[in-house]
Design a protein around this ligand. Structure first.
Ligand SMILES: Nc1ncnc2c1ncn2[C@@H]1O[C@H](COP(=O)(O)OP(=O)(O)OP(=O)(O)O)[C@@H](O)[C@H]1O
Ligand SMILES: N[C@@H](CCO)C(=O)O
Length: 309
């Protein structure tokens, strides 16, 4: 039996950045940790308050993903000792499921003797999530531009962009959870040509602005008509923040992933202070409990330490 303990640190992430629905992701310096080793009998320990509620039996996502990795490698289902903790909350739009999937794949791949490359692990993570935005950011760090491949089962085409210098995010995290499934179920099946053209233009401009460090264009480029207008009914305060953020210090604002977290980009202390007062007013006027975090982009993606036991 491989006696090593694999410790994996995975960044949380935000997806979409407004118009880049299922295509753009950004990693944050907000981390979860998965420790995994082969064992006689499976045990799963969940540490800290953010992951409370996650199952501690073999239905746990981390165990399930590790088993899938072993199966893909042609190995029998393993018994594992798993310990998980996180500074990022579950079901809030900060990519917890993607970071868990990425962490479990990377850890299990080491225990299985590294049969797969990082690119292949990204493909598996994307297939499990159904879209590459959060998974790419957690795997590689920085800003990820990615799409599903034309042919199922093929490598995921993506480009990583270094985050522009000085870019920071103020994230407003409501206390209530919102599952991605619920937030996808409110989206229409069909869109008008005008709305599709709007998003193609905005997402393209946003990607180019991020690549060239044009923070001045984020406010215009982050407009979206594909998901935020429909998800606003699930997130009190979202519409007010999206409508008013750039007049109150933000470079641009968006729903983070499927929500309910709301993301406001800024780059100076003055902008942050103005924004903080604005979001406090909006959230309090809606009577919503929330917390605010200031987050910097993560540049490294998933990190691995191996400890011999
Ligand atoms: N460390 C973990 N251990 C077990 N299950 C986890 C872990 N992290 C996330 N999950 C599972 O992922 C679910 C959350 O996934 P969901 O896609 O709804 O939200 P999210 O990933 O936090 O948000 P988003 O995808 O919008 O950024 C949790 O309810 C839980 O089942
Ligand atoms: N792109 C996804 C992210 C959440 O997993 C969505 O907005 O539904």
């Amino acid at each position: 039996m491989n006696g090593s303990l694999v410790k994996v640190t995975i960044p949380a992430s935000t997806a979409n950045l407004g118009p880049g629905f299922d295509a753009l992701g950004l990693a944050f310096q907000l981390y979860s940790v998965v420790e995994m080793k082969l064992s006689e009998k499976t045990t799963i320990e969940i540490v800290g308050k953010e992951l409370q509620g996650a199952p501690t039996d073999k239905s746990n996502l981390l165990y399930q993903v590790a088993c899938t990795l072993f199966e893909k490698a042609g190995l029998p289902a393993p018994e594992l000792s798993i310990r998980a903790s996180s500074d990022a909350p579950l079901t809030r739009g900060l990519g917890s499921s993607a970071s868990a999937i990425v962490g479990a794949l990377v850890a299990a791949n080491h225990l299985a003797g590294e049969p797969f490359t990082r690119e292949e692990l990204f493909q598996f993570a994307t297939e499990m999530e159904g879209h590459p935005d959060n998974a790419g950011a957690s795997m590689f760090g920085g800003i990820i531009v990615a799409t599903m491949p034309e042919k199922a089962g093929s490598p995921i085409p993506y480009i990583r962009i270094a985050p522009p210098a000085g870019l920071q995010a103020l994230v407003v995290i409501p206390e209530f959870p919102l599952s991605t499934e619920k937030a996808r179920n409110v989206l229409p099946q069909v869109y008008s040509k005008q709305d599709v053209v709007y998003n193609v233009g905005h997402s393209s401009l946003l990607t180019a602005a991020l690549a060239q460090g044009r923070l001045d264009l984020l406010g215009q480029a982050m407009g979206d008509r594909l998901h935020q207008p429909y998800r606003a009914e699930l997130v009190p305060g979202l519409k007010d923040i999206l409508d008013g953020a750039t007049a109150h210090g933000a470079l641009g604002a968006a729903l983070s992933g499927a929500g309910p977290t709301i993301l406001c980009f800024f780059s100076t202390d003055e902008q942050r202070e103005k924004l903080q007062g604005f979001v406090d007013n909006v959230m309090n006027s809606h009577g919503i409990s929330y917390r605010v975090m200031i987050l910097q982009p993560d540049e490294h993606g998933v990190q691995v330490e191996i400890h011999q036991t």
